[in-house]
Design a protein around this ligand. Structure first.
Ligand code: PTJ
Length: 243
């Protein structure tokens, strides 16, 4: 039991929640280490959303709204951390939600789908096919979902799959606290922010922006510059770390 007055209460409570989700088979054991890497980067950002991340979240909203067939790809970590937030994003953006796992088993697919549905998310169902240019079960996805999507939001994605989606001509939006990762560098748009801050921000912007802003934002952005800004944020914080 974590004392509510512990200065790191939120972080410790999240860890406890993820560990429970791992025991229940929702989060892969590897997902716990991925979370640890995310935490370390978030520490470097002062555990807050930077102005560059906020700009990326607004652009993400524009890309989702201007898409013909947007899809949110959900893995174990994303479901465990944000099941309660994804229904709002689905409703505000009009995106379909597909469960797509790196460590894929039928049991995990079912458990994650149930968790999302319990939180009001409408999850695409159907027979997966090997549509992504990858070996291994990571190639599997739904033709009616990621297979035919023009814009895909991939929170906490692995680099290979991100590159595979880009190579298929899809516009890929990644959420990744590590601005140096292959995912961050190969996505069309990278939101360098913590997932549970990023999802509500994108949802809010989906409700806020009008058609003109949507068109302007979805064309005029430079992901390299957004990533460079994230790296500069880290450098600035490190320079003042011991002040
Ligand atoms: O549930 P599965 O089977 O699909 O597996 C999911 C994991 C996360 C294990 C899989 O996709 C994986 O191995 O991912 P990677 O390659 O470790 O990448 C995860 C990235 O997400 C890392 O760069 C982390 O910095 C970042 N990250 C972790 N937690 C968060 C995060 N970014 C934003 N918010 C977080 N909460």
């Amino acid at each position: 039991m974590i004392p509510a007055d512990h200065p790191r209460y939120r972080s410790l409570a999240l860890r406890e929640h993820l560990a429970r989700c791992a025991r229940e088979g929702i989060v892969a054991l590897e997902g716990l280490t991925a979370h640890g890497r995310g935490e370390a980067f978030d520490y470097l950002f002062g555990e807050e959303t930077s102005p560059a991340a906020l700009r990326a979240e607004r652009i993400a909203a524009a890309l989702l709204l201007s898409a013909e067939h947007p899809v949110i790809s959900v893995n174990g970590n994303t479901a465990a951390l944000a099941a309660g937030l994804l229904g709002g994003l689905q409703e505000a953006s009009g995106a379909a939600v597909e469960v797509n796992l790196f460590h894929r088993t039928t049991e995990r697919m079912e458990k994650i789908t149930r968790l999302l549905e319990d939180h009001g998310v409408r999850v695409l169902g159907g027979e997966p096919e090997r549509l992504l240019p990858l070996s291994h079960d990571r190639a599997l996805c739904l033709q009616a979902g990621i297979g035919s999507a023009d814009v895909v939001l991939v929170p906490l994605e692995d680099g290979d799959r991100c590159q595979a989606l880009c190579s298929m001509g899809k516009t890929v939006i990644a959420i990744d606290l590590n601005p140096l990762s292959r995912t961050a560098r190969s996505a069309d748009l990278t939101i360098v922010d913590e997932l549970t801050r990023a999802i509500p921000a994108i949802t809010r912007f989906c409700r806020e922006i009008d058609r003109d802003e949507m068109q302007a934002l979805s064309k005029g952005f430079d992901n390299r510059e957004l990533l460079a800004e994230a790296v500069r944020d880290i450098i600035r914080r490190l320079e003042h770390a011991l002040d």
